[in-house]
Ligand binder design. Sequence first.
Ligand SMILES: CC(=O)N[C@H]1[C@@H](OP(=O)(O)OP(=O)(O)OC[C@H]2O[C@@H](n3ccc(=O)[nH]c3=O)[C@H](O)[C@@H]2O)O[C@H](CO)[C@@H](O)[C@@H]1O
Ligand SMILES: C=C(OP(=O)(O)O)C(=O)O
Length: 512
Amino acid sequence: MSQQTAETVGVLLRQVRSHRGWTQGQLASELGTSQSAVARMEQGKQNLSLKMIQRIEDILGQRIVSIGAPKMTHLRVEGGHRLSGAVDVNTSKNAGVALLCASLINRGTTTLRRLARIEEVNRIVEVLTSIGVECTWLDAADGEPRDLQIRRPAVLDLDAMDVEAARRTRSVIMLLGPLLDERSEYRLPYAGGCDLGTRTVEPHMQALREFGLAVEATAGFYTVRAPEADGADRSFVLTERGDTVTENAIMAAAHREGVTVIRNASPNYMVQDLCFYLQGLGVQIDGVGTTTLRILGTSRVDVDIDYWPSEDPIEAMSLITAGIVTNSEVTVRRVPIEFMEIELATLATMGQKLEVSGEYTARNGRTRLVDVTVLPSELHAAADKIHPMPFPGLNIDNLPFFAVIAANATGQTMIHDWVYENRAIYLTELNKLGANVQLLDPHRIYVNGPTKWRAAEIGCPPALRPAACILLAMLAARGTSELRNIYVIERGYQDLAERLNSIGAKIEYFQD
Ligand SMILES: CC(=O)N[C@H]1[C@@H](OP(=O)(O)OP(=O)(O)OC[C@H]2O[C@@H](n3ccc(=O)[nH]c3=O)[C@H](O)[C@@H]2O)O[C@H](CO)[C@@H](O)[C@@H]1O
Ligand SMILES: C=C(OP(=O)(O)O)C(=O)O
């Protein structure tokens, strides 16, 4: 963007701000940035990312730049290039959204450091802001602010909840636990999110009923009735070892006096991150990383806390896959190894050469990280079917990446996604890029490789990981591919195209 354009944008911003009677701080929170960044923008002294331009356009209600700054709705991928270099894994979407919900338990200030700036986080921040929570992105010395400061008011305005934002994410269901003692009755919009087939919320209801919560589903809303807080001890088993249901139960237990024992709890990465944060708030939790959690809650939490969510094993798998499908040497740094061991072992059985560094500790002080270098390899199909399991197993969200990898391998691989009704179906879209994916039933595919990838134009399926898989396969396909309508990818990845470009991919954003 030229200096003159930056100054013009600055003048427009100042005008719209004074017209609306906003302070720079208020505009900053609308834009998801800091007050000082707004001050620099108004003076034409801030480099504006394409994303920021898009946010500004949304607020102004008009296009501000007609050339060179399109809305980032589609991607054009010039494939067939080898990648090289190193790329860092970001903090996880799934811990991020759980921690945002959990911050409501705290009456003090929570600062989430290096939170992933993704659409899923944006939706939850919109929901929190709408009910009166102050969410402020803190200034960053090195570009876009990533640290979010959160402070709740004494009383939340639950009736003012941004229903549209809430309906775009399933994570909103995780407000039930933190809001347990907020009000005796309120409404929560039905949880939305990716279209992966039926996803039950019944296990959440079963767990929360243990705390006395009653939920009735009516016309797009859950009507929630909560009893008076009690100091009782309770012990129950989850019917499913689900991640968000475990988190909901933990968050409910965290602010009830008394001991709660949760059995068949998920020990997965986002649950561990949530437990570490709550421990920082003074909640006693034993058994973190196991399937039995013992929680001694506390009815009033008022702590100023800085928490660093840990790195995302699913993003790690995505970046490793980028290296594998392009047959490149790429180093993926900051891989949370505890949650990637089975994935890496499975890759090794397929002939993938990998170098794994020594371990170091994530910024949360707990999670173990390594750097993984992917080396050019001759892949063959896995001898056995590849299927996911709750942790410690091959991660359910990492399974789709094995379809792209299997397409590069010689032979036939069976992939069995028993978890989601619809997700495997979307992987047949890889056939448009030259793959041979055979759908056996809604849960099982055969992938026949190797593939001679070819460029194609494909609309993103309404599911995050399959959409990311298509993008990664496009990196391998010679020629120019187009991936249309990428909101679903931006729901879970921050600047994925830019970061792939930093290791040699050639991806650009465009708009019709
Ligand atoms: C915000 C967040 O953290 N989202 C993750 C979380 O969603 P979330 O916790 O919402 O996952 P769901 O509750 O939808 O579970 C996924 C599917 O697995 C089934 N199921 C799950 C556990 C079990 O023991 N038995 C069983 O059958 C469920 O019925 C459902 O069909 O976990 C999913 C499964 O790891 C991941 O794909 C999501 O990325
Ligand atoms: C299915 C996923 O997440 P969510 O629970 O946000 O839909 C995912 O991350 O792939």
